[in-house]
Structure formats: structure tokens, C-alpha cells
Design a protein around this ligand. Structure first.
Ligand SMILES: CC(C)[C@H](C(=O)O)[C@@H](O)C(=O)O
Ligand code: SF4
Length: 416
């Protein structure tokens, strides 16, 4: 029987010709990303728990300070210093203040066919370039860092066949929230979510990253897409070559197959406090907001900023709303500057911030207070995610977030 993309990548990393869901394989890990969320814990274990601390292959490691950057307290300053010093001492590739980890990885490192561990749950974003990215805790990270290897239980694959085209004003964020709402927050637990079909040609790289990135919110182990001309073009543009381009075989086994016509998708929001608590954005219209956030590894790319700026042109941010605009990387920031987008945001009253995770998680700038409501292009809306435990987070597309920032209440772009 044929294999899926996930199975083929694991087989490659395990050095075997065939794997099946449920098999456990020892694998060679191609890349190991870690950020300031947990790297200080990995370093502590490295020093305090190992008898013979060493790194198997320093070239595999990429460390990124993005979650609390620039540091916001003596505590984060100390843990970032630990990370910075260790990276320097061992010659680890190190980024600080350059952007959100997954965006940095997509722009500079991810290659099709690779098996990548990230000490961060949204590492599944790398599937947009045909790589098996998965999140691990810092113990598993340390093991892979020291041995170069790890183990993987081969996941079953859910296949999503996409056809058609998203309607005008509807975005990849609406699609993936619709899917998560449909299958539920546990709907893809420990499974690979594979996206294929004719509709793929109508999805940009930015769309694909947004889709793969959010799959962990359905419990997925990883997300994968075939490497087509759009992916290869992105890769070449960024000066890289694929390791191996895989597609699922015609007789591969899928645990379930979903057919989705992109033209049927409409603007969606995820209501507090779960990502699968979705409803049509119009049903949430009128909910007063205190803050809006356009950014994160999910929706902080140039395409998202263009959508926001287009809506804000000749309009103003509502006087009672703080609108945080946070490019996902320095490259995105520079491009937005060049295109005049940042000027539009600033003149409309938005706060443009340096690339970081920002209020996507409630530990950086922009946290919200008791009883406040945020509409966000971030990845999660759990209780307390963006600040006070008694606050409210709605998730939506760049367009819905910007329209809401203008209206002062949840609104879709066509309601402006
Ligand atoms: C801090 C980090 C480990 C965490 C994650 O794993 O996802 C964060 O990025 C998040 O989005 O909640
Ligand atoms: S932007 Fe949000 S989801 Fe992405 S890595 Fe940062 S905190 Fe996690």
C-alpha cells in the first residue's frame, strides 16, 4: 500500500523504505528550533542533569528570542541572557528581535522533506513547505539536541481535499477556523492534517502557513502540503533548495477524507474561550472591543498587513480601541515600510510594534486587563491567554480584526 506525505518523511528520517501508522521509529531530526519560551529550561537541564553534556550537531540548532522581546522584566532579561550566552559559546544560530520564530524559520531554514522539532506547538506551520514540523517539550528537545535523534509514533493522516477559491474578503484564517470548528479541538489528535486538491493553487504561501500553523489547535501532530510550484517559488526566492518533495500515493490510507469547497467559506470568529467555539463573524457583530491585534506567526505577514492597511486607508481606529500592528519579522516590517503600510497604520491611530509574539500570548506587550475584550489574529483564545484571567479573546482574520478596530465592536469588512 502507498504512503502519505507524513509517512514518507518519517521513513526518510528513519532510514527505512516503509512505515505504517502506529509504528514507532527512531529518527534523525533535521532541524531543532527553540525560542525564549522554554530554552532557559533546556539549558538548565543540559547543565544540571546530563553526565556528559554535548551537542550532536550544532548546525541543526536555531534559537530565536521572540516571545518577550525586547525583554520586559529582570526575569526575562536573565533567561534571555542565559540563552544568548549559551548560543554564543556553542556557535548556535541565534536570532533576537528579528521576528516570530516560525516566520524566521519559514523565511530562512525550513526545507521540504525535513523532519523538524520545535520547542513550540505551532511548529506544524512548516508543512506549508512540505516539512514535517512538530512541537516538543524541552526534555524531548534536549534529547534530540544531545543525540541528533528522537522517536516518532507514525500518525494517521486526515486528508482535506480543497476545491475552488476563497470568495473576495474571505481568508485562510476563515478556512482553518471553519475546519477546526467542524472537527473540534480534539478532532485531529495526534494525526497529520494533509491539504491537497485543485484549490491549493489558489492559496498563497502566506495562506498555507496560516492554515498549517493553526492545525495544532485541532490537536494535530503535524500539518502537510505537497510541494508545488508556489512552494518551490517561495523556497527559491529565499535562496534554498528542497531536500525531498513528497506527495501522498494514490493508494495511501487516510483515516478520514474531507472535501471542502473554498467558495463556501465565510468570515468566521472563534469566541472565548476555545478555538473550536466558532460562529459566523456576523453573529458576533456588535460585541464591544477594547483592543485589536494584527500580528503573530499566523497572520503577521505582509499579505495580512496589506489587508489591514487597505481597510484603514482614509479611516481611523476607533478612539476607544488600542490597535496593535505587529509585523511577524523584520523582513515583513521593512517591506511594509517600503509599501507605505506602516504610515497608513500610524496615521490612522494604530500602534506599530517591533516584530515579536506580542499579545498573541499574554506575557508580552499589550496584555489586556480584567473584563476587557480583544479581537486578535493570534492563535489562541483560552481563558487568560492575552492577560487577565477574566478577559475575553475573539480570533478572526486580518480583515475582521481591522474592521473591528475601526468600528470599536466586532464587524466584518463589508460592514464598514
Ligand atoms: C511559549 C511557547 C512554548 C508556546 C507554544 O508552545 O506554543 C507559545 O508559543 C504559544 O503560542 O502558546
Ligand atoms: S506568535 Fe503566538 S502562537 Fe506564534 S509562537 Fe508566538 S506566542 Fe506562539
Amino acid at each position: 500500500m502507498g504512503m502519505t506525505i507524513a509517512e514518507k518523511i518519517i521513513a526518510r528520517a528513519a532510514g527505512v523504505s516503509e512505515v505504517r501508522p502506529g509504528d514507532i521509529h527512531t529518527v534523525e531530526v533535521d532541524r531543532l528550533m527553540s525560542n525564549d519560551g522554554t530554552t532557559h529550561l533546556t539549558i538548565d537541564m543540559y547543565h544540571n542533569k546530563l553526565k556528559h553534556p554535548h551537542i550532536a550537531d550544532v548546525n541543526k540548532l536555531v534559537w530565536i528570542v521572540d516571545h518577550n522581546v525586547p525583554s520586559d522584566s529582570p526575569k526575562t532579561a536573565a533567561s534571555q541572557k542565559k540563552m544568548r550566552d549559551f548560543a554564543k559559546e556553542h556557535g548556535i544560530k541565534f536570532y533576537e528581535g528579528q521576528g516570530v520564530c516560525h516566520q524566521i524559520m519559514m523565511e530562512n531554514h525550513v526545507c521540504p522533506g525535513e523532519l523538524i522539532f520545535g520547542a513550540d506547538s505551532h511548529t506544524c506551520a512548516y508543512g506549508a513547505l512540505g516539512a514535517f514540523g512538530t512541537g516538543v517539550g524541552c526534555t524531548d528537545y534536549l534529547y534530540a539536541m544531545v543525540t541528533g535523534k528522537s522517536w516518532v509514533l507514525v500518525p494517521e493522516t486526515l486528508r482535506f481535499n480543497l476545491t475552488g477559491k476563497l470568495p473576495e474578503g474571505v481568508y485562510a484564517r476563515d478556512l482553518i477556523l471553519t475546519i477546526i470548528g467542524k472537527i473540534g479541538a480534539n478532532g485531529a489528535n495526534y494525526k497529520a492534517m494533509e491539504f491537497a486538491g485543485d484549490g491549493m493553487k489558489n492559496l498563497t504561501m502566506s495562506d498555507r502557513i496560516a492554515i498549517c500553523n493553526l492545525c495544532v489547535e485541532a490537536g494535530a501532530k503535524t500539518a502537510l502540503m505537497e510541494v508545488d510550484d508556489i512552494a518551490l517559488h517561495y523556497l527559491h526566492e529565499h535562496g534554498r533548495e528542497p531536500k525531498a518533495c513528497f506527495a501522498s500515493d494514490a493508494d495511501a490510507h487516510f483515516a478520514a477524507v474531507y472535501d471542502i469547497d473554498l467558495s463556501t467559506i465565510t468570515p468566521i470568529v472563534a469566541k472565548p474561550h476555545f478555538v473550536d467555539n466558532v460562529c459566523p463573524a456576523k453573529e458576533a457583530a456588535g460585541v464591544k472591543i477594547d483592543e485589536a491585534f494584527l500580528g503573530s506567526c499566523n497572520n503577521g505577514r505582509i499579505e495580512d498587513l496589506r489587508v489591514g492597511a487597505e481597510l484603514l486607508k482614509d479611516r481611523k481606529v476607533h478612539p476607544l480601541v488600542r490597535f496593535l500592528v505587529v509585523p511577524a519579522s523584520q523582513a515583513v516590517y521593512q517591506q511594509a515600510l517600503k509599501e507605505g503600510l506602516l504610515k497608513i497604520f500610524m496615521e490612522a491611530g494604530a500602534i506599530v510594534m517591533n516584530p515579536n509574539c506580542s499579545v498573541c500570548w499574554g506575557s508580552c506587550q499589550g496584555v489586556i486587563g480584567e473584563g476587557e475584550t480583544l479581537i486578535s489574529t493570534g492563535t489562541r483564545n483560552f481563558k487568560g491567554r492575552a492577560g487577565h484571567r477574566d478577559s475575553f479573546v475573539y480570533l478572526a482574520s486580518a480583515a475582521t480584526v481591522t474592521a473591528s478596530a475601526i468600528k470599536g465592536e466586532i464587524a466584518t469588512a463589508d460592514m464598514l
